[in-house]
Design a protein around this ligand. Structure first.
Ligand code: OGA
Ligand code: MN
Length: 330
């Protein structure tokens, strides 16, 4: 069933109907399929995010444990993470699919070469990088020997989401950043190599829109299809954590939420840690190549968290309490 749906949405001839793809921009049409959830936590702030009280959060009824947060990022937040994924996380010692190809000389950086030489071919060749514990694609094992420091900013962002959703004892340890073009796909898979399979996965999307399929623990369950747009956050927790998922299609977005001007692109209260990159994001000339990249690509940051502290009774109670009110029901 997963394979059939994947093939259906991937098809170019005929093009699939997108009528059944859950669209969180149009939830009224899907009230029988999604439930809005209101968090218990409403205070707390993090750089590049709108206040928690304004977040729109949903669960897909057919997929318990799948949590969808409709773009909680500010324009500046989206720009910041885009620059980090293209210009910084692509640097060594982080690993990428380009490493064995030897296309980037040791003393140079992928992003600089692409920009200085206008090298679109090299730009399009980057498909993934790994951060922290590097995913070994052959053995599918994470080891202590194959590990670099996890970026502090991305770790802090993920822990902020985890804490807000009631997961208070996890640290971000590993991430895969996927780079998609308009014809890219990610075939159906489960993520089961992590050290702690009860810990949720956090997925952040930037740029073009994905059709995301989420099925069951075997390939026999017909998956739900949903649009993931720029800024959307998906958390795969509990029953959804080990379910089959994939991206059969990228669709061109008709809006650019990373380009809304006079939002907060000029905001001043930014801590030193984020300043260098946000200054770049606010400068339209310096930002342009990143915006150009997003106009034909999708970036997905997929963070894996592991338990670092002992589970306490407080953590367990907190996890169960985070949802206090449901708005739409079947
Ligand atoms: C992954 C993954 C989904 C996406 O990296 O394991 O499932 O939305 N990514 O790109
Ligand atoms: Mn995955």
């Amino acid at each position: 069933m997963f394979k059939e749906s994947f093939k259906y949405y991937k098809s170019k001839l005929p093009l699939p109907s997108l009528d059944n793809v859950i669209d969180f921009n149009n939830v009224e049409k899907f009230t029988k399929k999604v439930t809005k959830i209101i968090l218990k936590v409403t205070n707390g702030e993090f750089f590049g995010l709108i206040p928690i009280s304004e977040w729109e959060i949903y669960e897909v009824d057919q997929n318990p444990g799948l949590i969808f947060i409709k773009n909680p990022f500010t324009t500046l937040g989206q720009r910041y993470w885009t620059v980090k994924c293209l210009q910084e996380y692509t640097k060594k010692p982080n690993k990428s699919n380009l490493d064995p190809l030897n296309l980037v000389p040791d003393n140079q950086e992928w992003w600089d070469i692409c920009q200085n030489n206008n090298d679109f071919t090299l730009l399009e060749k980057l498909r993934w990088i790994t951060l922290g514990y590097h995913h070994n694609w052959d053995t599918k094992i994470y080891t202590e020997e194959n590990k670099n420091d996890f970026p502090k900013d991305l770790g802090d962002l993920t822990v902020f989401f985890a804490n807000t959703l009631g997961y208070s004892n996890f640290n971000a340890e590993a991430a895969i950043v996927n780079y998609y073009h308009l014809d890219s796909t990610l075939s159906g898979h489960t993520d089961h190599s992590e050290m702690n399979l009860e810990a949720p996965l956090f997925s952040f999307s930037l740029g073009q829109t994905a059709i995301f399929l989420l099925g069951g623990i075997s390939k026999d369950t017909k998956p739900s299809a949903m649009f993931l747009r720029s800024g959307d956050v998906v958390i795969m927790s509990k029953e959804s954590r080990l379910c089959y998922h994939g991206v059969p299609k990228i669709v061109k977005s008709n809006t650019k939420s990373w380009d809304i001007t006079n939002c907060d692109v000029n905001s001043n209260e930014i801590s030193e840690e984020y300043k260098t990159v946000t200054d770049l994001c606010k400068n339209s000339t310096l930002w342009r190549p990143y915006g150009d990249y997003l106009s034909h690509s999708r970036i997905n940051i997929n963070v894996r968290v592991w338990v670092t502290k002992k589970t306490t009774l407080y953590n367990i109670v907190n996890e169960f309490l985070f949802v206090c009110h449901t708005e739409y029901t079947v």
